[in-house]
Ligand binder design. Sequence first.
Ligand SMILES: Nc1ncnc2c1ncn2[C@@H]1O[C@H](COP(=O)(O)OP(=O)(O)OP(=O)(O)O)[C@@H](O)[C@H]1O
Ligand SMILES: [Mg+2]
Length: 285
Amino acid sequence: METKIKTFVAAIANQKGGVGKTTTVVNLAAALSRMHRTVLVIDLDPQANATTGLGQQPQEGVSLYPCLVGQAQIADMIQPTPYENLNVIPSEVNLSGSEIDLAQRPDRLAVVRNVLQAIRDANVFDYILLDCPPSLGILMTATLAAADGIVVPMQAEYYALEGLSTMQNLITRLKEGGANPALELNGILMTMVDFRTRLSMDVVDEVKKHFGDKVFETMIPRNVRTSEAPSFGQPVVFYDPSCRGAEAYRAFAKEFVRRNPTRERVDVETEIQKEEGDANHDQIA
Ligand SMILES: Nc1ncnc2c1ncn2[C@@H]1O[C@H](COP(=O)(O)OP(=O)(O)OP(=O)(O)O)[C@@H](O)[C@H]1O
Ligand SMILES: [Mg+2]
């Protein structure tokens, strides 16, 4: 029997730079693909880190940009990656021009949503993950307007909470202003956590005090292999599956699937156990 999918669109966003957005997109995508979920990563950052992190080179004319300006169909922009179930719409420098292009359009907040509608309606991808740039520009705002939920990666350091109120205000404005009434803060993911330092753990406690169960149980440790993997054009989940960073991202993917199921009739827990079996097998092999 064919499994019915209802696509979930998640924006990975935080206007603060260097908090682990791209690392989260790339590795969540990789871990989900290992769980036999079909995934599309859309790189919306002209820096193209998610693109190269998945082993692709940016090419002019292949991105969401031509779709935003009505020059291409989104289906034609989808590129395969070396990994099964994992596809990408790369970024290119032209994307940085979209701020100006969009600014003049009355429908600017709906543009990304409208462009995504066709692949959303097709329900072939379990998850569409949107890697946002570190800004509060129009493209980023329009991207949030297109999402079902926002995952906010947050580095466990002082001042981490400051940026979060900005994100929350933006969510409220998009909801109440009608651009995306269904938008939710899906969760906060603590990244680069140093479990040995008091500071890191104090910040985690503080964030949990404010946001309760919006904070994902899984926390991503600071891990050298995780920071090395992008220079090999690979998600750490594939580059070094047994390192702590890879382990954490696999755990996060399971939690993410439980929070955001896309397949009605399958038993998520059974599937997750099966995946764990496969992963153990890989490690033994
Ligand atoms: N768990 C981790 N352990 C160690 N290094 C990490 C970890 N996560 C991310 N990094 C490193 O931190 C830096 C910033 O991460 P990343 O690029 O994912 O952040 P970002 O929020 O996407 O940044 P930007 O705002 O520039 O897009 C990168 O050099 C990355 O390799
Ligand atoms: Mg990034």
